[in-house]
Design a protein around this ligand. Structure first.
Ligand code: FAD
Ligand code: PHB
Length: 390
């Protein structure tokens, strides 16, 4: 087999890239380790920047998104039993969108099915070869047989635990990493959201986030220790703990119900540089991870892929390698700003087990400052809605 661009990973990054390339008349094959059923049910991100919504519209997968999304013009921070609203729209001119990653995954898979994009699901033992030569290739196993795909380029879109980043020799990669001493325990429930906008709660028992997927489906997260086992959390225990961390007026109107999903995600900041090695280009979580507090992971993956598609299209249309050569630098400029914001939002809203009394007081003062000063609110708002592309 041969293709122009071999894509490893059929998550949001891989499928967005395949769609952008397909629309530009460039051949791609996607190799994905999981089954379609697994991918369609995987629950993750929920908050999209307008730039991500625009990209989905541009590639013709925005119809259901437009009908079903919730548009939020503001966000709340709660601390010391008080709520403070940040008016995103007034401060930045932009809003954010609530639409689940699972829905985006489904919309992209439907579009690819209709377009006949070659996607190999349940591909086993994917490996990358000849990255610094003229013709790299991908190898995988399926149905007991080994297959090879010769490619012009390979896009590593296989997430944090994928094989693409690991195919880059360690001596050419620089890794920047910060692991937080806590994780997020998340649940999804068929209950109306407790508030019409998100509430990020800093409480002495730990951080809590009230978010949603729709007007009838809520998503809540609790800061827990990094080693916490979701199996130790009955629904009752979760709801009781959540109520304890919310301002009293919010806790009083929380509607509880059985959880549909419950899992713990560790929190990590991670960047691998450069995002290119020979003919391999990394995009999305394969190259960088942010703690979810800033809601930037999926949005960054979409930004990478937008740049990568632009560069590949320029290469095939004009023969120019200029954008491909600038890909890593261009992505990393945006990635580091999102890293900084995600780390800062995490520092502002979480309880760090080893924080000194001084650090705790300083955190309280920063919350008070950010939420009371127009400059402070603006700095949060313009990062939260997504920094401009130009
Ligand atoms: P992935 O979604 O990880 O996709 C990678 C794909 O590659 C997967 O399908 C995987 O099965 C496949 N793969 C892996 N290894 C191989 C292999 N060896 N061979 C073939 N295929 C392979 N982001 C936001 O923007 N907003 C939010 O509100 C937000 N909330 C979040 C909440 C939580 C609790 C978590 C955990 C994450 C959140 N994120 C959020 C982050 C977001 O989910 C990720 O950044 C996003 O999924 C990245 O997409 P990706 O395509 O790069 O990687
Ligand atoms: C979500 O809706 O799952 C979500 C929203 C905002 C975040 C993280 C997760 O910061």
């Amino acid at each position: 087999m041969r293709t122009q661009v071999g894509i490893v990973g059929g998550g949001p990054a891989g499928l967005l890239l395949a769609r952008l390339l397909g629309l530009a008349g460039i051949d791609a094959i996607v190799l994905e380790r999981r089954t379609p059923e697994y991918l369609r049910a995987r629950i993750r991100a929920g908050l999209l920047e307008q730039g991500t919504v625009d990209l989905l519209n541009d590639i013709g997968v925005g119809a259901r998104l437009d009908r079903e999304r919730l548009i939020h013009d503001g966000v709340e921070l709660a601390f010391d039993g008080q709520r403070r609203r940040i008016d995103l729209k007034a401060l930045s001119g932009k809003s954010v969108t609530i639409y689940g990653q699972a829905e985006i995954q489904n919309d992209l898979m439907d579009a690819h099915e209709a377009a006949g994009t070659p996607i190999v699901y349940a591909a086993e033992d994917v490996s990358l070869h000849g990255l610094t030569g003229e013709q790299p290739h991908l190898r995988y196993r399926k149905g007991g047989k080994s297959h090879d795909i010769a490619c012009d380029f390979i896009a590593g879109c296989d997430g944090f635990h994928g094989v693409s980043r690991q195919a880059i020799p360690p001596d050419v990669l620089r890794i920047y990493e910060k692991v937080y001493p806590f994780g997020w325990l998340g649940i999804l429930s068929e209950t109306p959201p407790v508030n019409h906008e998100l509430i990020y709660n800093n409480h002495e028992r730990g951080f809590a986030l009230c978010t949603m997927r729709s007007l009838t489906r809520s998503r809540y997260y609790l800061q827990v220790s990094a080693e916490e086992d979701a199996a130790h959390w009955s629904d009752d225990r979760f709801w009781t703990e959540l109520k304890g961390r919310l301002p009293p007026d919010v806790a009083a109107r929380l509607v509880t119900g059985p959880s549909i999903e419950k899992s713990v995600a560790p929190l990590r900041s991670f960047v691998a540089e450069p995002m290119r090695h020979g003919r391999l280009f990394l995009a999305g979580d394969a190259a960088h991870i942010v703690p979810p507090t800033g809601a930037k992971g999926l949005n960054l993956a979409a930004a990478d892929v937008r740049f990568l598609a632009e560069a590949l299209v320029a290469h095939y249309k004009t023969g120019s390698a200029q954008l491909l050569d600038g890909y890593s630098t261009k992505c990393l400029a945006r990635v580091w700003k999102a890293q900084r914001f995600s780390w800062w939002m995490t520092s502002l809203t979480h309880r760090f087990p080893d924080a000194s009394p001084f650090e705790r007081r300083a955190q309280g003062a920063e919350l008070a400052y950010i939420t009371s000063s127009r400059a402070g609110q603006t700095t949060l708002a313009e990062n939260y809605v997504g920094l401009p592309f130009a």
